[in-house]
Design a protein around this ligand. Structure first.
Ligand code: FCB
Length: 456
């Protein structure tokens, strides 16, 4: 239950989606293949072998979706641009105009409805043609991203005033090259993972001036998925593993962005474990950290859960018993721990000079289905958002400069490796008929927005 105390008057209530997860129209109007097209068509990579060929068919049904956004009453909407709609292979000199036109019309309509667009330039679906030259492990990606950012901001920058360069670099770098769950699906390749993280950060920094020049008076930031981490016990093994986790998950991105340095303890520990060599770090060139730490206007924070870290290199009989009791989990298996959002925000405020934060994603997967009256009573989703918004308000009261909250997600969509099996939306989507039906959470959020964060 959210306390009666209100959020700041101009607080931005929004929802978020991303191109590959909702658009479909995989080869319409000159769009090229993205790495997610390739990956989802590789047998065995996605639950149920689902793919985003059609997804929510937002590419064709967007007028309906804007009506739903309007009905929901959001003040802002975070969407991403599909890079291969703009540069089909990534290598073209000039952009594909029908791709730009699609987003231009969508943005005009959002603005006509008084909804502020927040654009993410890279929400993972990079052109396959760029993956073919090495993807993010190649330094050439920096120029490719700067060119793409230039053309998108040149075209939309008169109307779009909020820009996010990348979404969750950790997922691209770690899930793509260590865990092997995301494209390109490599495992335990720390050199490629770190190089990828570095090129993502560098391309972020290098694109800022281009975007600023094209989009006057705009705000520019990057979105990180961040998570507080707690050792599973007080053993030195778990404490050490937890420190490593924090370094590779949070500090690997926050430190270069805000402190102009990489966490040396992370590199030292990878070298000690013989996972990289000191000479591998030569992906870092003179001047790079200066470019990465260019001043931005905000940090986007995606928050879902906390991490309880156990040292898996130590056999259980040598370690102390696990002391942390896990709370209830969502259908995704992620623990529900709203207080961690508060802790995370307070920690960021303490450790980094960040002037403005947006929660660019927060949400939960629950597979509630329509009942016989076609009502979708997703009460657990309501509880999840309510509890997190309450902790966010506590953090704001304690001085955290957060100016907006984007719920993930407007509607059920293609949840990456989970396919259509995990539903995060305020709107139920029937993936056969593509019919949209607002869930109870939709009406709850609408009411919350009308009352600026107060639950009535
Ligand atoms: C985040 C992604 C987003 C969505 C949610 C559930 O990591 O940014 O696209 O899949 O998780």
């Amino acid at each position: 239950m959210i306390d009666n105390n209100k959020f700041p008057n101009d607080f931005l209530w929004g929802t978020a989606t991303s191109s590959y997860q909702i658009e479909g129209a995989m080869d319409t109007d000159g769009k090229g293949k993205s790495i997610w097209d390739t990956y989802s068509h590789t047998k065995g990579k996605i639950q149920n072998n689902d793919n985003g060929d059609v997804a929510c068919d937002h590419y064709n049904l967007w007028p309906k979706d804007i009506k739903l956004l309007k009905e929901l009453g959001v003040k802002a909407y975070r969407l991403s641009i599909s890079w291969p709609r703009i540069f089909p292979s990534g290598h073209e000199k000039a952009p594909n105009l029908p791709g730009l036109d699609f987003y231009s019309e969508l943005i005009d309509n959002l603005l006509e409805n008084n909804i502020k667009p927040f654009i993410t330039l890279n929400h993972w679906d990079i052109p396959q043609g760029l993956e073919d030259i090495g993807g993010w492990t190649s330094r050439d990606m920096v120029d490719a991203f700067v060119k793409y950012s230039y053309y998108v901001s040149d075209n939309l920058g008169d109307r779009v005033k909020s820009w996010i360069t990348h979404n969750e670099p950790w997922c691209i770098s770690y899930l793509g090259y260590i865990q092997g769950q995301f494209p390109p699906g490599l495992k335990n390749n720390w050199l490629k993972s770190l190089t990828t993280a570095h090129h993502l950060l560098l391309s972020h920094g290098m694109s800022i001036n281009e975007i600023r020049n094209n989009s006057k008076d705009s705000e520019i930031g990057i979105t990180l998925n961040l998570s507080p981490s707690t050792p599973a016990s007080e053993s030195t093994y778990d404490v050490e593993a937890c420190k490593f986790y924090d370094a590779q998950f949070n500090r690997l991105y926050l430190d270069p962005l805000y402190k102009k340095s990489y966490p040396e303890d992370l590199f030292d520990s990878l070298i000690k474990k013989r996972l990289i060599k000191r000479s591998d770090i030569n992906f870092l060139k003179p001047g790079d950290l200066k470019s990465i730490s260019q001043k931005t206007d905000f940090l986007g924070v995606n928050f879902y859960s906390r991490a309880v870290v156990r040292n898996n290199d130590i056999s259980e009989d040598k370690n102390l018993p696990i002391e942390v009791t896990l709370k209830e989990k969502t259908d995704f298996g992620w623990e529900i721990h709203p207080r961690s959002l508060y802790d995370l925000l307070i920690r960021i405020k303490k450790d980094y000079p960040i002037e403005k934060i947006y929660i660019t994603e927060n949400g939960c997967a629950y597979n509630d289905v329509p009942d016989k009256n076609n009502i979708i009573n997703d009460s657990k989703r309501i509880e999840y958002h309510s509890a997190h918004i309450n902790e966010l308000k506590n953090a704001i009261n304690d001085g955290v400069p957060c100016e907006g909250y984007f719920a993930w997600s407007l509607m059920d969509n293609f949840e990456w490796c989970e396919g259509f099996g995990k539903r995060f939306g305020f709107i139920w989507v029937d993936f056969e008929s593509l019919k949209r039906t607002p869930k109870q959470s939709f009406f709850w959020y609408k009411n919350l927005i009308e009352n600026n964060g107060k639950e009535i």
